[in-house]
Ligand binder design. Structure first.
Ligand code: C2O
Length: 503
């Protein structure tokens, strides 16, 4: 492989992706930021300079395994100090997987003010196609900055988003004034061509059901894991998830709607059916499509669903061991503290420690784990570890683990019962974000093949800050040797206050 090098500046600017101008935080001024494009086996080097005035930052490469490179995982308070204003940090990692993903700031909710973008890693595909259209970045959007919304949320519950964007653009329909602003995403199809579309959800708190009227989707990967292809009218994409799909241009009428319908049961969004793009067979047409949605593709009122895990059969089969002796049970629950809703996972709520990240603590042998960090230790190498994550709250959570593609052994409604649960050990789905169903559970397994401190958390934007996270401390004794010693002898600058850029 070769080295792919990027130079980024995290900047505070203004933009109007849906025609409504607001402050954004971004990589190099655009929403989404530049797509990282590499080939399987390449080394990716990203130099990040923080040009913000009041905020730290840190860039996480979502789903990238970071084998033996934990210090490049980009999580302030866990793997590094926040990058202070004016400072830089260089991330280096190897593309050991291929497929589609995204990067995003992992500092408070900065990702959803715009510090996010696509990752495309070229490699083999499990079905043929003619043209790769690259990452189609699906996001939700709001007209206040996310930090203002979080402050409001602490007072009033989760904020409500104002629709969404496809590759950073969309129309917004102000229902109080009847004014429509902004521009829809458009792409042109040539009849007979097979297109690969890399669906990536960078949403804050919206669950998408993606479809293209009159076109089926052939799904070839889930997150970074190639799967045996299946054909469907639509895919359900939760926050942080990805699906690569192949679409055959087998129609002839001029225009069709591309829909990222927001499933209201697992979203906080007041504009569920207006995240639309246009597929044109006639590139000179400027008319809106008149096509109708597949039945169910528009079902905004449906129950929240992960894409059916029984369909996500990994192309390269790996079995999980059937000996869950190393099992931890985690209960996810909401509680009130001082009038603010907080989450806990296991018996505790996660609290960020921006000024003394976990990796620094390990490197300095000054380990003050535990009180607030919600740490679970997996000391032994190459062992299966199992987690039962249960919630009795009705809200579903897209659970994401860093440093691993985990195995989904079971996912169901109700209360887990080891005696009756239907668990799959033979080539179960592997991915890095799974939906924990409301009032339900997931059982996952991972193999301890990657020393480091890996965050596991709900990918709803506000939930990590609200405590819904644990740290997986994997093979602690091997971690100090992995860390660049020139970077450990510091305590973080005091960029531990969440200051609004527009204050
Ligand atoms: Cu998209 Cu902690 O990750």
């Amino acid at each position: 492989g070769v080295v792919r090098e990027y130079w980024w500046e995290i900047v505070n600017t203004t933009a109007a992706p849906d025609g409504i101008e607001r402050i954004i935080l971004s990589v190099n001024g655009s929403v989404p930021g530049p797509t990282i494009i590499a080939d399987w086996g390449d080394t990716v080097v990203v130099h990040v300079t923080n040009k913000l005035e009041n905020n730290g930052t840190g860039i996480h490469f979502h789903g990238i395994r970071q084998n033996y490179t934990n210090q490049n995982d980009g999580v302030p308070s866990v793997t590094q100090c926040p990058i202070a204003p004016g400072e830089s940090y260089t991330y280096t990692w190897k593309a050991t997987q291929y497929g589609s993903s995204w990067y995003h700031s992992h500092y408070y909710v900065q990702a959803w003010d715009g510090v996010a973008g696509g990752i495309q890693i070229n490699g083999p595909a499990t079905a043929d196609y003619d043209e790769d259209l690259g990452v189609l970045f699906l996001s939700d959007w709001m007209h206040e900055t996310a930090d203002q919304e979080v402050i409001l949320a602490e007072l009033h519950g989760p904020p409500t988003l104002n629709g969404g964007l496809i590759n950073g653009t969309n129309q917004y329909n102000d229902t109080t004034t009847g004014t429509v602003t902004g521009t829809r995403f458009e792409t042109t199809f040539v009849t007979g061509t097979r297109y690969r579309i890399r669906l990536v959800s960078g949403a804050a708190d919206s669950h998408f059901r993606f479809s293209i009227d009159n076109h089926t989707l052939e799904v070839i990967s889930a997150d970074f894991v190639p799967i045996v292809p299946y054909v469907t009218d639509y895919v359900d994409i939760s926050m942080g998830q990805r699906y690569d799909v192949i679409v055959t241009a087998n129609n002839t009428v001029d225009n069709y709607w591309m829909r990222a319908t927001i499933v209201q049961a697992c979203s906080e969004n007041d504009s569920p059916d207006n995240v639309l793009g246009i597929v044109r067979y006639n590139s000179t047409s400027t008319a809106d499509p008149t096509s109708t949605a597949w039945s169910d593709a528009l079902a905004v009122g449906i129950t929240c669903a992960d894409e059916d895990v029984s369909k996500l059969v990994p192309y390269v089969a790996i079995d999980a061991a059937e000996d869950p002796t190393n099992t931890t049970d985690f209960t996810v629950a909401l509680y009130q503290s001082g009038g603010i809703g907080l989450w806990e996972m296991g018996a505790k709520s996660f609290v960020n420690q921006w000024d003394y990240p976990s990796l620094m603590q390990i490197a300095q042998g000054n380990n003050t784990w535990g009180i607030s960090q919600n740490v679970y230790a997996y000391p032994e190498a190459n062992k299966w570890a199992y987690m039962v994550i249960q919630t009795s709250n009705q809200q579903p959570h897209p659970m994401h683990m860093h440093g691993h593609d985990f195995f989904i052994l079971g996912q169901a409604d109700g209360t887990f019962d080891a005696a009756t649960a239907d668990l799959t050990y033979t080539n179960p789905p592997r991915r890095d974000v799974v939906m924990l169903p409301g009032d339900g559970y997931v059982v996952i397994a991972f193999y301890t093949d990657n020393p480091g401190v890996w965050l596991m958390h709900c990918h709803i934007a506000w939930h990590t800050t609200e405590g819904l996270a644990i740290q997986i401390l994997e093979r602690e004794s091997e971690i100090p040797a992995l860390i660049d010693s020139s970077t450990i002898n510091t305590t973080c600058a005091s960029w531990d206050n969440y200051a609004s850029e527009d204050d």
